[in-house]
Design a protein around this ligand. Structure first.
Ligand code: TYD
Length: 217
C-alpha cells in the first residue's frame, strides 16, 4: 500500500524500516542519514543489510555477488538469499526490535520478489513461500522505495568506480527495467506501507521527506 509522503507519519510503536530500489538508487545514503538522525535523538538504531547482516550472511553475500564459477542456478540463488534472511531475522532483526532498538535494513524480502521474481522470472508464489519461511512474520513497519530510471542508476554505479560491478549490476538494462516495475507493483499490492520517493531528488530533499515521515527530523 503506497502512503503519501507529505501526510503519512509512521506509528509511534514502529521500529523496523526496510529500504528498497534498483541498483544505484541512493537508498544506502538515505538510510545512513536517517540512522544518524535517530541516534542524535537518543534512539538505539541498528544499521544492517541484505544480503549480509550476520557472519554467515556475509559469507553468503560473497558467494551470491562474487561467485567466480558457472552462473548460479536461479533456484539456488533464491534459496541462498532466503537462507541469509532467515539467519538475519533470527540473529539480528527480531532480537534488536525486541530490545527496543530501531532496525534500518538495506534491502529485505521485497528484493527477492523484484530480482528473483520480476528479474529472473521465478514464479511469485514460490518467492512468497521462500520469503514467508525465512521471515516468520517479521515484516517491516515501513518500506522506503527509492524509484529511479534504471539508466540513471547504472550510470551512478559506473561513476562510483569502486570494486567493479557485481553479478546483478552487470545485467542488461531490460533486467533493471523489470525490477523497477516489480518494486512499483509490490508497493501497490503489499499490505505493508510503502513510501515511494523519487530518487532523482537531491539527497537533502530525500532526507527531509523521509525524516519527517519517521518523525526524526
Ligand atoms: P548490493 O551491493 O547491496 O547492491 P545495492 O547497493 O544496489 O543494494 O548488492 C546486493 C545485490 O543483491 C543487489 O543487486 C540486489 C541483489 N539481491 C537480490 O537479488 N535478492 C535479494 O533478496 C537481495 C536482498 C538482494
Amino acid at each position: 500500500m503506497r502512503v503519501d509522503q507529505s501526510s503519512y507519519r509512521i506509528p509511534e510503536a514502529a521500529r523496523f524500516i526496510a529500504f528498497e530500489g534498483i541498483n544505484g538508487c541512493g537508498k544506502t545514503t538515505l538510510m545512513r542519514s536517517l540512522v544518524s538522525d535517530l541516534r542524535a535523538k537518543g534512539h538505539a538504531a541498528v544499521e544492517t543489510r541484505e544480503p549480509g547482516g550476520t557472519p554467515l550472511g556475509d559469507e553468503l553475500r560473497k558467494l551470491l555477488l562474487e561467485w567466480p564459477g558457472e552462473k548460479i542456478s536461479e533456484r539456488t540463488e533464491l534459496l541462498l538469499f532466503a537462507a541469509g534472511r532467515a539467519e538475519h531475522v533470527d540473529k539480528v532483526i527480531r532480537p534488536s526490535i525486541a530490545s527496543g532498538s530501531w532496525v534500518l535494513c538495506d534491502r529485505y524480502l521485497y528484493s527477492s520478489v523484484a530480482f528473483q521474481g520480476y528479474g529472473r522470472g521465478i514464479q511469485r508464489s514460490l518467492i512468497d513461500q521462500a520469503n514467508d519461511f525465512a521471515v516468520q512474520g517479521v515484516f517491516p513497519d515501513l518500506v522506503i522505495l527509492l524509484d529511479i530510471e534504471p539508466q540513471e542508476g547504472l550510470s551512478r554505479i559506473a561513476a562510483r568506480n569502486d570494486s567493479g560491478k557485481d553479478s546483478f549490476e552487470a545485467e542488461e538494462l531490460a533486467f533493471h527495467e523489470r525490477i523497477r516495475r516489480g518494486f512499483l507493483e509490490v508497493a501497490e499490492q503489499s499490505p505493508v506501507p510503502f513510501l515511494v520517493l523519487d530518487g532523482a531528488r537531491s539527497r537533502e530533499e530525500l532526507h527531509q521527506l523521509a525524516a519527517a515521515v519517521l518523525r526524526c527530523a
